[in-house]
Design a protein around this ligand. Structure first.
Ligand SMILES: [Zn+2]
Length: 389
């Protein structure tokens, strides 16, 4: 080997090592970044998913379960954020609820990061921002941007074909790590199915009446700005959709039924495998569109993108978009009002199982005052009232 070639090889190795070290450091910071949560004074207890499925103890998915018990008999609701951590309006709405809730009747369980593992990486090859920031009156609050599926570091390898349990429906291999294809789960599989299993055990043991799973979708996808409901949730979904479309939202909130032929989704399996009704809500997130421009924090938070708008001009989208974009305040505002309206109709339809909550800003308040106004400063909170997701 010539000397020159030897030096080229050594230099190549050196540069590769340097770049691997830099990116490895970034990945490490992102994976271990902790998001503080300052629950409202209505908090009665924080449990973990491992309380319902012990094998999750000590794993990345031993997520916090924030429990708000009014002490007054009534119904019980479960709010899920972070099923898909690349959809920030979902975990941000769950956080907003956990930090501001007052509860007068019944109980509310909140999981902000339903699939923590998926929040410790971003989608490979998509150049997602690693973090996003929300401005608050006391400074900037930072959040991990995540992926749709669990981190391969926590679940590897993927099968050739993912065979859904228990129906044996064949699904795409990567859906083995997709929390919303792994319901109802099982306790002897990889981490994603064990996570849904833990939540199913929670739903059954705590006699949850209504589960609401929050999401966001690309505008090119037909299931957007909508509620997808199990048959059991039909009346609640229909009343919520009609009321918010007529009285509050600028863009209609539609409603559709959970298809029986597509398995593994929360709106189907939770309703089929427990006494609870299950509903899923989608808002619009232009950053998820394939046709988007630069994939950065600005697009994630403002939902403004000229390429997505152009697609809209050509009638290629299922949701309207203009130069105002889809700001995070609008998306969280819609989710917040949708969840609260669902509980109102649920409580009026099932008077023995009422869940009466207040204190949570809705669509108009969040757009007028911004989401950050309602997030609490962990530095000023009592030390024993700060939790980390
Ligand atoms: Zn989703």
């Amino acid at each position: 080997m010539s000397n020159k070639l030897k030096y080229v090889k050594i230099l190549t190795l050196l540069f590769t090592g340097i770049f691997a070290a830099i990116s490895g450091y970034d990945f490490h910071i992102h994976r271990h970044f902790k998001e503080p949560v300052v629950p409202s004074t209505a908090l009665t207890e924080v449990r973990h998913l491992s309380d319902y499925e012990p094998s999750l103890k000590g794993t990345v998915n031993d997520s916090n379960i924030y429990i708000f018990d009014s002490g007054v008999p009534g119904g019980t609701a479960l709010l899920l954020g972070g099923t898909h951590p690349e959809e920030p309006a979902a975990n941000l709405t769950a956080l907003l609820v956990a930090e501001n809730l007052k509860i007068e009747r019944g109980r509310l369980f909140v999981i902000i990061r339903a699939n923590r593992s998926a929040s410790t990486c971003t989608r490979m090859g998509e150049a997602y921002p690693a973090f996003y920031r929300i401005k608050t009156p006391w400074g900037t609050k930072v959040f991990r941007m995540g992926d749709r599926s669990s981190n391969p570091l926590d679940s590897w390898p993927d099968p050739e074909v993912y065979i859904h349990y228990p129906t044996r429906q064949m699904l795409a291999y990567m859906d083995f790590r997709n929390l919303n294809r792994c319901w109802p789960g099982r306790n002897n599989s990889a981490i994603t199915e064990r996570t849904t299993w833990a939540m199913m055990e929670l739903i059954r043991e705590e006699h949850i009446d209504i589960v609401v799973d929050l999401h966001e979708a690309e505008l090119e996808y037909p299931v957007i700005n909508t509620i997808v409901t199990h048959e059991k949730g039909e009346a609640v979904a229909a009343m919520t959709s009609m009321t918010l479309t007529a009285e509050l939202f600028d863009v209609p909130l539609s409603m559709e039924f959970s298809p029986k032929a597509l398995r593994g989704l929360s709106h189907r399996e939770i309703g089929d495998h427990s006494d609870a009704m299950s509903l899923l809500v989608e808002s619009a997130e232009p950053m998820l569109d394939r046709i988007r421009g630069i994939t950065d924090e600005y697009l994630l938070m403002t939902g403004k993108d000229e390429f997505v708008m152009k697609a809209g001009e050509h009638r290629l989208l299922y949701s309207p978009i203009d130069e105002r974009g889809w700001p995070i305040d609008v998306r969280v505002g819609r989710h917040s009002s949708t969840f609260q309206t669902m509980l109102q109709f649920f409580s009026s339809m099932y008077p023995d199982n009422q869940i009466i909550i207040s204190g949570i800003p809705g669509y108009k308040e969040i757009i007028a005052n911004s989401l950050g106004t309602y997030l609490h400063n962990p530095q000023e909170a009592k030390e024993d009232n700060v939790y980390y997701d």
